[in-house]
Design a protein. Structure first.
Length: 234
């Protein structure tokens, strides 16, 4: 099928962004990741006859395991490796970087703020912790978070660098909260209230956007129960 690919380009963090449009033949089962790789492998021109320089983007596993290829595809944050042209139900494909993070180049953004946020809330284990049979499913589901940033992209309350850390913080926190013994929860609970609970508007716009299917609403309710209401996992 013949499609039109519109890509938002930006040469550096300080340069002005622009769009470049390409006409392309591809199979419906082609993924967006494969589409980008094929464009980069060829010497082609855009619809104005200008050369298409190599598109900068991130990828690693190409198997929905690392989250590196997250971008806006037709306005929706998705993983390029997990999005097929047929799923878009359109002959026009627009690729843009995530808007909630600083652009490095083209489709690459700086998502280091997510790691900084996890460090800020003390989201780690300092020693071995036991996992009860009651909480093992919760911890396993939370461990599937790939830190892609799609949940933050749709969150109306998250802005990089501000005090609310969003689902990319409270999903991993729910795992640690379920493992820490009662006397070791203090630092994480304190920062959870400050950076997660107090800033979440409960819009749950993040609930259905997770590319790996984590039940974010369930993680939020359980981590709130531990950190705020102090009910579960005692």
């Amino acid at each position: 099928m013949k499609i039109t690919v519109k890509i938002k380009r930006q040469n550096s963090p300080d340069s002005a962004p622009f769009y470049q449009t390409i006409h392309r033949e591809c199979d419906k089962e082609t993924s967006v990741a494969t589409l980008i790789r094929e464009i980069n492998a060829e010497n082609i021109s855009d619809i104005e006859g200008k050369p298409v320089e190599e598109i900068s983007w991130e990828c690693s596993c190409l198997q929905k395991k690392c989250g590196a290829c997250a971008m806006r595809i037709n306005g929706i944050p998705r993983l390029a490796c997990d999005t097929k042209i047929a799923e878009l139900k359109s002959k026009s494909v627009t690729l843009e970087p995530l808007k909630k993070f600083p652009v490095v180049r083209d489709l690459i953004v700086d998502r280091s703020v997510m790691r900084k946020n996890l460090l800020a809330i003390h989201n780690w284990l300092e020693s071995e912790a036991s996992q009860s049979e009651k909480n093992v499913d919760l911890a396993y589901d939370a461990s599937r978070c790939i830190q892609c940033g799609c949940c933050l992209e749709v969150c109306p309350n998250f802005t990089a660098g501000e005090s609310f850390f969003g689902a990319a913080a409270f999903v991993p926190a729910s795992r640690i909260l379920s493992q820490l013994p009662k006397g070791k929860k203090y630092d994480l609970v304190k920062e959870y209230g400050k950076h997660i609970y107090s800033g979440c508007g409960k819009s749950l716009s993040c609930h259905n956007i997770c590319p790996v299917g984590i039940d974010i609403e369930h993680k939020l309710s359980n981590s709130n129960a531990v950190a705020v209401w102090k009910r579960f996992f005692k």
